[in-house]
Design a protein around this ligand. Structure first.
Ligand code: EPU
Length: 337
């Protein structure tokens, strides 16, 4: 147990936040032992994975931050077509995907290079380039902080949605994810439908790309658009892409004919928040050390010494401005603490 622990390397915005109590643990037994301690019972608690989707408002967190660090993965079952993998929550997501690609297991390649840990991935049902975690997800094992018991959640009980799950809604704060199981394929179809992926591969002269080629292409596309949190503090997309009814969209389209939209379920469409923010003039904006990334308007960045409050104030200014200009409400994707 650490007292007054600096979380700078535990949040990808790189904010200097001090937690009054911090515990990094590597086993379920250690977690259960912690649950018997006064520090657990008496404090506000926060489970922190890779810290890549969190914005701390204040520079002091009065409470217990719990980091579960058990990493690694294993094959649970396999036949000639499929493999069932169990990955521990503390495994770095990007390394895990690289391992799966290296082994020739299909399913997670479009999620290459997403920062964060395996345990945090189901919380917001991470997604990129036409694939979401839920597509390969089988079940997860979690520790229930209320009962001290281990519980299994299958796909329906996780209630996955777009960048959302039960763990961001009704189950918020109650569970710590211990491990996640995925079913991957030994032969597969590559998903190259999103945006310019197939054009990009063609330009590279890769007409019949391999699993590894696709993973590398996704990494290059990400690197060209998204800032590396090791170099510039950020937490990926700050807002969700708003969903709206087709009819509301058509109204908006009359005023802004070039507005892009992607069909979603139940007569709704998804609009890129990046387009709205970009079009409202915020791309590349900077005030002090808080800014909007120059290549991707949906990414807020900390150039060094921005505070959580400054980044939040910027996010709120953007939210208000987009609402004023387009009548669209942008909901943060990042967890604000
Ligand atoms: N666009 C702009 N200006 C910009 C950037 C994008 O106008 O500065 C417009 C373009 O029309 C572009 C469209 O927005 O075609 C979509 O942009 P992009 O493909 O970069 O994706 P996104 O909608 O901004 C989403 C996810 C990303 C994910 C990418 C690729 C959300 C909130 N974000 O971004 O996820 O990597 O698609 O699949 O759904 C994350 O969640 O942290 C994240 C980075």
């Amino acid at each position: 147990m650490d007292r007054f622990f600096n979380l700078k390397s535990y949040n990808s915005f790189g904010l200097n936040v001090v937690a009054s109590h911090f515990a990094s643990l590597e086993s379920v037994e250690a977690l259960k032992a912690l649950m018997d301690e006064a520090v657990f019972k008496e404090n506000k608690r926060l489970v922190l994975g890779g810290g890549s989707n969190i914005l701390f408002l204040d520079d002091f967190f009065e409470g217990l931050v719990i980091h579960y660090s058990k990493s690694g993965w294993e094959v649970l079952e396999e036949d000639e077509n499929e493999v069932l993998i169990c990955a521990h929550a503390g495994t770095d997501w990007s390394n895990f995907v690289d391992d799966m690609v290296e082994k020739g297991f299909y399913g997670l390649e479009n999620l290459s290079l997403i920062p964060g840990n395996v345990g945090a991935a189901p919380m917001q049902n991470i997604g990129a380039y036409g694939v979401e975690l839920k597509d390969c997800f089988v079940q997860l094992e979690a520790l229930d902080f209320q009962t001290g018991k281990q519980v299994t959640f299958d796909r329906p009980t996780c209630d996955f949605g777009y960048r959302s799950s039960f763990f961001k809604q009704g189950g918020k704060g109650r569970y710590l994810v211990l491990s996640v199981q995925f079913r991957l394929k030994k032969q597969g179809n590559l998903n190259m439908a999103y945006g310019n992926i197939s054009d990009y591969l063609n330009e590279q002269g890769l007409e019949n790309p391999s699993l590894k080629d696709l993973s590398e292409a996704i990494k290059s596309i990400r690197r060209s658009k998204l800032p590396d949190p090791k170099e510039i503090g950020n937490s990926g997309s700050f807002f969700k892409n708003p969903l709206m009814h087709q009819l509301v969209f058509e109204q908006l389209q009359m005023e802004f004919p070039e507005i892009p939209a992607f069909p979603a379920t139940n007569n709704t469409v998804k609009i890129p928040a990046a387009w709205l923010i970009d079009r409202a003039g915020w791309k590349g904006y900077r005030k002090g050390d808080a800014g909007v990334h120059k290549n991707q308007a949906l990414v807020l960045v900390n150039y060094g010494k921005a505070s959580g409050r400054e980044l939040f104030a910027l996010a709120m200014q953007i939210q208000l401005d987009v609402n004023k200009k387009f009548g669209v409400f942008l909901e943060p994707e990042v967890n604000i603490v």
